[in-house]
Design a protein around this ligand. Structure first.
Ligand SMILES: *Cc1c(COP(=O)(O)O)cnc(C)c1O
Length: 394
């Protein structure tokens, strides 16, 4: 059967390829330590699971949910934004629960991109921003994130020709994969820029709660006029170790929220209600788990950055997020280096170029690796230094 052109052009999702390579090695009996995937290894906190199990028993939750989400969940999200960021949102018009942030990120392109339109997309980035743009018939314009600019895009370098066709502007801080953070002055500039050119801003913010050394993340919604021009995508996945339950939200501009709600009401039938109640529990229940998880990630971050530096990889210590973004040693590109580590010491990392051309020269290591594996992986990495001289190509 002939598949559509849009499917034909689609490459396998980045992580599928990496997972396959690892699986092949494992099938041969090799033990691979993987720093490649960002998926919290710590279980969902028990009070959230208790609520989920209880709600699963209630027959009222066995039926079709409303695709707009439970009003109680929308209210809990609005109250959480108020207490967390001092931003007040209208739970009816400015909040929409999602089947994970990825679902909303993928679908919003279909609300704002027509064939011939452009989306401004960071490079490197989470792949869904550009792929959804292409699936909707649009063209991504890649904004290079450079280390010397703190991995923030240089908006002033984008030409009028591109700006006239641009409908969406994607940003993501704390950033995956670079680990960079953004402050309020950047979001103020983004809002001012997007308003001038009438471009809808989408801020992807799943790492808002994963921060170290007391660092406080900033919401786009804290910028003046943000809700006139943009939305923020959010997720319970990384904040509460709920990647498997698939729940997130989008908040902000009422027109954008409404457009996405209209699209979704024609495609999906909402989020299982027991999971929505679990999300209410997460957002309104005790928050100690966040500091506990961050302490674990921070310790891993420190161990990883120390070992990477000792084997000659340059790293900036991230203030937030789940990733260490490291420069590969002289003489390698990111794919060479990744293959070399995998073959020689059985350690998997993600090549930066997989996130876009400007990711070349870097690799990403995730902090979501259990402590025992982390220690083993780091000792293999230290050992790699000794084999390195023999294998260096140049
Ligand atoms: C993990 C991640 C998401 C996906 O969140 P879900 O709510 O699990 O779909 C979105 N964006 C970025 C940048 C991520 O790293």
């Amino acid at each position: 059967m002939k598949v559509s052109q849009r499917i034909e052009k689609l490459k396998p999702y980045l992580f599928v390829e990496i997972t396959q390579k690892i699986a092949e090695k494992q099938a041969k009996g090799e033990e691979i330590i993987s720093f490649a995937i960002g998926d919290p290894d710590i279980p969902t906190p028990p009070h959230i699971l208790d609520r989920l199990c209880r709600e699963a028993q209630d027959p009222a939750n066995h039926r079709y949910p409303e695709s707009a989400g439970l009003p109680e969940l929308c209210q809990a999200i609005a109250r959480w934004y108020q207490s967390r960021f001092g931003v007040s949102l209208d739970p009816e018009t400015e909040v929409l629960p999602l089947i994970g942030a990825k679902e909303g990120i993928g679908h919003i392109a279909f609300c704002y991109i027509d064939p011939g339109d452009t989306a401004l997309v960071p490079d490197p980035a989470y792949p869904v921003y550009s792929i959804s743009t292409m699936l909707a018939g649009g063209t991504p314009y890649y904004m290079a994130l450079r280390e010397q600019n703190g991995f923030l895009p240089d908006l002033s370098s984008i030409r009028d020709y591109t700006l006239q066709r641009a409908r969406l502007l994607w940003i993501n801080y704390p950033n995956n994969p670079t680990g960079a953070v953004a402050e309020l002055d950047f979001f103020n500039r983004v809002v001012e820029f997007a308003s001038r050119y009438d471009i809808a801003v989408c801020h992807d913010f799943p790492y808002s709660e994963v921060a170290f050394d007391g660092y406080q993340t900033v919401s786009l919604m804290q910028a003046d006029g943000a809700r006139d021009i943009g939305v923020e995508f959010h997720s319970l996945s990384k904040s509460y170790n709920m990647t498997g339950w698939r729940i997130g939200m989008v908040v902000g501009n009422a027109g954008m929220v409404d457009a996405l709600r209209r699209l979704k009401s024609n495609l999906d039938s909402g989020i299982p209600q027991a999971i929505q109640y679990a999300a209410i529990e997460a957002l309104t229940g005790p928050q100690d788990c966040i500091a506990e998880h961050n302490a674990i990630y921070q310790r891993r971050r420190d161990l990883i950055t120390e070992v990477l530096a000792s084997v000659g990889l340059e790293v900036t210590i991230p203030k937030a997020g789940l990733y260490v973004w490291a420069r590969v040693p002289e003489g390698y590109d990111s794919v060479d280096f990744t293959a070399n580590l995998l073959d020689q010491v059985g350690v998997a990392v993600t090549p930066g170029v997989g996130y876009g051309r400007s990711g070349e020269g870097y690799v990403r290591l995730s902090l979501t690796i259990p402590d025992a594996a982390l220690v083993k992986g780091l000792s293999r990495l230290s050992g790699w230094r000794n084999t390195r001289r023999l294998t260096l190509k140049k």
